[in-house]
Write a protein that binds this ligand. Structure first.
Ligand code: GLA
Length: 334
């Protein structure tokens, strides 16, 4: 019996920067996806407790994007990347909500790859998962989600430089809890403007060079106001990642609050990936006693907000909230 588990992730700060080679600060969380079963045969057959139809994929699948049902495309894309010598029959279980912005698809990709016997480094596993995501969904996502799931460190968030792919664990102070609050609005990145936003960042980089090395003065010369605002978000968000890293290190709650609020405002005004519902939720949660600060997290267009709270803070019952702890990355037995 093989059992692979991969965590979801929540991003503390640094959104819509990974596809532009920027800085991110996600953490792997104690909610994740398990793939268990037996290797053998010539096809991958997985039932999911969250899906009505099974995924049935030949080990030599050629066109993963053509597979049905939709969730089986992610399995098929991983199979096409791993190219296992033998099949797998088993089950997928998960306590990650689908489409909420906690990287349920990345966790599925990473867990399936490990269950099929992938044995490379965490970075290689993440790259494989990212390629599978591109193939299955057509969304040109960055590497944050898969790398957070593959390389998580207990008690820590990960500062990832998406240009060099250096990963630095950053301790989450013991007196702080990370809470994820669901807006209840589900979105699919394929139907969102994700690709359009990423393309605007590429256009900005064509004009002024890699955004990772750019500053506000470089961005100011971009003539197109939309491209300029998209680039300004990336450049200022990169700086905010290191501001939050410093604030976490210093235990400076006021600085944490300010940088989280600035990140949300930049995602709302410059990158335009927030929604009125997310804005209302951020305003409501930020004002609660014990909440240090909060912002939308992940791709936006719905999904969740992330809040840093003083440990033990109780949020009102009407909020759909998960307390999450930073955990180690994906693992497989035997
Ligand atoms: C999604 C993508 C990530 C990242 C975030 C936004 O989760 O999969 O690569 O771009 O959106 O930060």
């Amino acid at each position: 019996m093989t059992r692979a588990w991969a965590p979801g992730r929540v991003n503390l700060i640094g959104d819509h920067t990974d596809h532009a080679g920027g800085l991110v600060l996600p953490m792997a969380i104690d909610l994740g996806t398990t793939v268990s079963g037996r290797r053998g045969g010539d096809r991958i057959e997985l039932r999911s407790t969250q899906q009505p139809e099974a995924a049935v994929v030949s080990i030599d699948v050629e066109d993963p994007a053509a597979i049905a049902p939709a969730w089986a495309r992610f399995v098929a894309a991983v199979v096409a990347e791993v190219r296992p010598e033998e099949g797998f029959v088993g089950e997928v279980t998960s306590d990650l909500p689908v489409g909420a912005g906690l990287s349920s698809s990345a966790a599925l990709e990473v867990a399936v790859a490990m269950a099929l016997g992938f044995e490379g480094s965490a970075l290689a596993l993440a790259r494989l998962g990212q390629r599978a995501e591109h193939r299955a969904s057509g969304v040109p996502c960055g590497i944050m989600d898969q790398l957070a799931s593959a390389a998580g460190v207990a008690g820590h968030a990960l500062r990832i430089d998406c240009t060099t792919l250096d990963v630095d664990p950053i301790a989450v102070p013991a007196d702080i809890e990370v809470v994820v609050v669901d807006s209840g609005v589900r979105r699919s990145l394929a139907t969102s403007a994700y690709a359009e936003r990423a393309a605007a960042c590429q256009e900005a980089a064509r004009l002024i060079g890699p955004l990772r090395g750019a500053g506000p003065d470089d961005v100011a010369v971009i003539v197109d106001p939309v491209v300029r605002r998209r680039a300004r978000h990336v450049v200022t968000e990169n700086a905010r990642v290191d501001l939050l890293v410093a604030a976490l290190g210093a235990g400076d709650h006021d600085a944490m609050a300010a940088v989280l609020a600035d990140s949300h405002a930049s995602l709302r005004d410059d990158f335009e990936v927030s929604t009125p519902g997310l804005d209302r939720l951020v305003a409501e949660v930020a004002a609660l006693h014990g909440v240090i600060g909060c912002r939308l997290t992940g791709a936006g267009f719905g999904g969740c907000i992330v809040a840093l709270v003083q440990r033990g803070t109780r949020l009102p019952d009407h909020l759909l909230a998960w307390r999450v702890e930073p955990v180690g990355g994906a693992r497989c037995e035997p």
